[in-house]
Design a binder for this molecule. Structure first.
Ligand SMILES: C[S@@+](CC[C@H](N)C(=O)[O-])C[C@H]1O[C@@H](n2cnc3c(N)ncnc32)[C@H](O)[C@@H]1O
Length: 212
């Protein structure tokens, strides 16, 4: 075990993801160059796999950026026979870029774009959803959980990114607001018996939670 190095494992996981379309690679290159925090290929492919596994036809994303995670969900939903993926971000420019990328990937027909605060948009959306994916500002995580729980169907999957928060959650001396929020969210969901929860140490850590 002492031979295992975190970054080496992450590079290995990424190397196992099948090669992507040029448009998706373009989105990955942009993130790398500009340090934009997309979920990356290994987590994106995992989201796609989960969406295929449960035959998801309705996905709600909170905090969608320029549409990289959306692209993976949209691909799954199309392969599952069609449905809808809600892309939600409060930056107009990111939403427009996402629409361009999704069009280029041939998936825009299953995506609904919302330029708005994500939790409020979910509150107003008509659920229930098969999958909810949460990637908003971390301070907003704890308050998002009750509304997510209400809008996810039984047997549905909640995916939450950044649950290791660059290792800060493991540092007992770190009391930043964002770190405390990730800790609180983790505590809230892992102590709620309505969920079956695992934290997957891919990239920055994703929680996969099944609603019983
Ligand atoms: C981490 S990035 C999203 C990356 C995207 N999920 C991906 O993997 O491709 C989060 C984005 O959501 C936006 N955002 C954060 N909190 C939000 C909120 N409460 N409502 C709407 N947008 C939010 C941020 O401005 C940023 O553009």
């Amino acid at each position: 075990m002492s031979q295992i190095n975190y970054q080496t494992v992450q590079d290995y996981l990424t190397s196992l993801v099948p090669s992507r379309e040029p448009e998706l690679q373009k989105m990955e290159d942009y993130a790398k160059k500009n340090k934009f925090p997309i979920i990356g290929p290994a987590c994106g492919y995992y989201c796609y796999q989960l969406a295929r596994l449960i035959n998801a036809k309705s996905v709600f994303e909170l905090g969608s950026g320029y549409g990289y995670s959306t692209a993976w969900f949209a691909r799954a939903v199309k392969e599952n026979g069609g449905g809808v993926v809600h892309h939600t971000v409060w930056d107009e420019e990111l939403s427009e870029r996402a629409a361009d990328h999704l069009s280029a990937l041939g998936s825009a027909d299953v995506v609904e774009f919302h330029i708005a605060e994500a939790v409020e948009t979910l509150r107003q959306a008509q659920g229930p959803f098969d999958i909810i994916f949460n990637d908003i500002d971390k301070e907003g995580y704890p308050d998002s959980l009750p509304i997510i729980k209400e809008k996810l169907r039984r047997g549905g999957i909640l995916i939450i990114d950044n649950m290791l928060w660059h290792g800060q959650t493991l540092d007992p001396n770190d009391h930043e607001k964002s770190t405390e929020a990730v800790r609180r969210f983790t505590r809230d969901i892992t102590t709620d018996l309505d969920w079956i929860v695992s934290l997957i140490p891919a990239r920055d850590g994703m929680i996969i939670a099944y609603k019983k």
